[in-house]
Design a protein around this ligand. Structure first.
Ligand code: NAD
Length: 498
C-alpha cells in the first residue's frame, strides 16, 4: 500500500485559484502499471461545478477578456503554446503514469499540443462576419460572429490533453470561457495544464478545471443553464445521456463518441505498409483509441499472406513498463476495462471466431501487477457478430474477408458507428471511389491514425456530430448575429411585414 503522505495531492482550478472540493472529499488516482494509487484528486460535486461555471460566466463580461483585442488573444495563446512546448516531457510523464499509455505515445501527443494553440492563435483575429446583399435594397444587413459563452468540455482518460486541445484552442480563439471536467481515471495532466494557463496569464475564470465523477460533476456541468455549449468526448451510450441532459436547457452539444472503424486492404495494396498501418490502427495504443481500426477487411486473395505477416509482427510487440521508451504496448487503463476485454474474447470464441494470437493476459512475471492483455487477433469473424459490431477499446482485432469492392463498402458501412476508416490500395480511382462511399468522418488512404489541427474531425452516425479542428471548429464555438440597418428616411407601413 502507498501511504497517504507519498501521494501527490492535487487541487482543482477555479477562477484562477487552486481549491479543494467544497466537501473536502477526494479520490485516489491509480497507476495502471503498478495498480497502486499515486495521487489524490478533489471529488467535485454540484456546488464546485456551479462555482466554476459562475466564474466562467463572470469572466465573459470581464473587460480583461471581453475587451481584449483578438490579436492580443492570439498573442496570449501563443505564449501558452510556448509553455506547453517547454513542459511537454513533464505533461507526458504525468499522463503515462495516470492512464498507463506508452510514454512514446504520450510524448508524441504532448509535443503536438503547441501546434493547436499556434494555429488558432493565428485565427483569433480572423473571425469575421459578412455583409449580406439582401433582397430589401433599403436595408444594410451584416453579421457579427460572437462567442457562444460558457463552454463545458468533458474529456475521456485515453488522451486527456490532446482531446481537450481538439476543442479548447478554438474555444479560446473565439473568445469563449470554459469549464473542463477531465475523466476521473486521468485528471492529473489537466490540472498540470491548468498551472500553465495561470502562468501564461489568462484572466481568472477564462479556463476552469473541476475534477470528479461523470454521474456527479459531469451531470452538473451538462445540466447547468449557464453553459451554452457542451463538448463531450467519450462512449456512445454516455454521449446519448449527455445529449438528453443538455436538451433540457436547449444547450447544443458537440459529441465525439466511439467507433468500430474498418481498415480495408485490397489485393493491389503494398502488403508490408498495410500490415504496419493495421498494427498502428489497433495495437499502437493497446486499442484504447476511438480511432482503432478494429475491423480488418482483407481481400480473400491476400488473406493468408497478410495474416501470416501480421501475426509474425504482432508476436514481436514488446509489452512493458509504459514509462520506458522501448515498450511497444502498455497495460489497459483500468481493471474493469481488462475484464471487459476478456468478456469480448469469450464471446468471440463462442461465436465461432478463430483465435490466431493472444486472447489472454500475458504470463511474463516482469509485467508485475499491471493490467496487461496480449495483442489479440481473431480470424473468420462475421460482420454481424458482437466482436465486429461493438467497440472493445482494447487490443483485439477482428479479421474479415471480402471479394468485391461493393461488397466491402456495404460490410464496412454496416455498423452504427462512423468515426474513421482506412483504405489500402494502389488504384487511385478505387481509392477515391471507396473514400467517397464510406460512411465515416475521417478516411485515410494508404495511412492510418493521422490527425492535424488544420483538418476537421468528427463522427458520422452514432460516432457523434459536430466538428473539432480546422476552420469548421470556429463555427462550432461562435454564433452569428444578424444586424439590420434601415437606410431609408421613412419607416414604411407598420402593418405589413417587411
Ligand atoms: P466515458 O464515456 O466513460 O467517460 C468520458 C467522460 O464522460 C469522463 O470524463 C466521465 O467522467 C464523463 N461522464 C461519464 N458519465 C457522464 C454523465 N452521465 N454525464 C456527464 N459526463 C459523464 O468514456 P471513457 O471510458 O473515458 O473513454 C472511452 C470512450 O471514449 C470510448 O468509447 C472512445 O471511443 C471514446 N472516445 C472518443 C473519441 C472521439 O474523438 N470520438 C476520442 C477518445 C475517446
Amino acid at each position: 500500500m502507498t501511504s497517504a503522505a507519498e501521494l501527490t495531492a492535487y487541487k482543482m482550478f477555479v477562477n484562477g485559484e487552486w481549491v479543494d472540493a467544497a466537501s473536502h472529499r477526494s479520490f485516489d488516482s491509480l497507476n495502471p502499471y503498478t495498480g497502486r494509487a499515486w495521487a489524490t484528486i478533489p471529488d467535485g460535486q454540484d456546488e464546485d461545478v456551479d462555482r466554476a461555471i459562475k466564474a466562467a460566466r463572470a469572466a465573459l463580461d470581464n473587460p480583461a477578456w471581453k475587451g481584449m483585442a483578438p490579436a492580443a488573444r492570439g498573442q496570449l495563446m501563443r505564449r501558452f503554446g510556448d509553455l506547453l512546448r517547454d513542459n511537454a516531457e513533464r505533461l507526458a510523464g504525468v499522463d503515462s503514469r495516470d492512464n498507463g499509455k506508452l510514454i512514446r505515445e504520450m510524448l508524441g501527443q504532448a509535443k503536438a499540443l503547441p501546434g493547436y494553440y499556434y494555429y488558432y492563435a493565428g485565427l483569433a483575429d480572423k473571425i469575421m462576419g459578412e455583409t449580406i446583399p439582401l433582397d430589401k435594397t433599403s436595408v444594410f444587413n451584416y453579421t457579427l460572429r460572437e462567442p457562444v459563452g460558457v463552454v463545458g468540455i468533458i474529456t475521456p482518460w485515453n488522451s486527456p490533453l490532446l482531446i481537450l486541445s481538439f476543442s479548447l484552442a478554438a474555444v479560446l480563439a473565439a473568445g469563449n470561457t470554459v469549464v473542463i471536467k477531465p475523466s476521473e481515471h486521468a485528471s492529473a495532466s489537466t490540472l498540470e495544464f491548468a498551472g500553465l494557463v495561470k502562468e501564461a496569464g489568462f484572466p481568472p475564470g477564462v479556463v476552469n478545471v473541476v475534477t470528479g465523477f461523470g454521474k456527479t460533476a459531469g451531470t452538473a456541468l451538462v445540466s447547468h443553464p449557464l453553459v451554452r455549449k457542451v463538448v463531450f468526448t467519450g462512449g456512445t451510450e454516455v454521449g446519448k445521456v449527455v445529449g438528453q441532459q443538455a436538451a433540457a436547457n436547449v444547450t447544443p452539444v458537440l459529441l465525439e463518441l466511439g467507433g468500430k472503424s474498418p481498415n480495408i486492404v485490397f489485393n493491389d495494396a503494398h502488403v508490408p505498409n498495410a500490415v504496419n498501418g493495421c498494427i498502428a490502427g489497433i495495437f499502437a495504443a493497446g486499442g484504447q483509441t476511438c480511432l482503432a481500426g478494429s475491423r480488418l477487411f482483407l481481400h480473400e486473395s491476400i488473406h493468408d499472406e497478410f495474416v501470416e505477416r501480421l501475426v509474425e509482427r504482432v508476436k514481436s510487440i514488446r509489452l512493458g513498463d509504459p514509462s520506458k521508451m522501448e515498450s511497444e504496448m502498455g497495460p489497459l487503463s483500468t481493471m474493469d476495462q481488462l475484464r471487459k476485454v476478456e468478456r469480448f474474447v469469450e464471446g468471440a470464441l463462442k461465436d465461432g471466431a478463430t483465435l490466431l494470437y493472444g486472447g489472454r493476459r500475458p504470463e511474463d512475471p516482469a509485467l508485475g501487477q499491471g493490467w496487461f492483455f496480449m495483442p489479440t487477433i481473431f480470424d473468420g469473424v462475421v460482420n454481424d457478430s458482437h466482436l465486429a459490431q461493438e467497440e472493445v477499446f482494447g487490443p483485439v482485432l477482428a479479421v474479415l474477408t471480402f471479394r468485391e469492392e461493393e461488397e466491402v463498402i456495404a460490410l464496412a458501412n454496416r455498423t452504427r458507428y462512423g468515426l474513421a476508416a482506412g483504405i489500402w490500395t494502389n488504384d487511385i480511382r478505387r481509392a477515391h471511389r471507396v473514400a467517397r462511399d464510406l460512411e465515416a468522418g475521417t478516411v485515410w488512404i494508404n495511412t492510418y491514425r493521422a490527425l492535424s489541427y488544420a483538418s476537421p474531425f468528427g463522427g458520422y452516425k452514432q460516432s457523434g456530430y459536430g466538428r473539432e479542428m480546422g476552420l469548421d471548429a470556429l463555427r462550432e464555438f461562435t454564433q452569428a448575429k444578424s444586424v439590420w440597418v434601415e437606410l431609408a428616411d421613412t419607416v414604411p407601413d407598420p402593418v405589413t411585414i417587411r
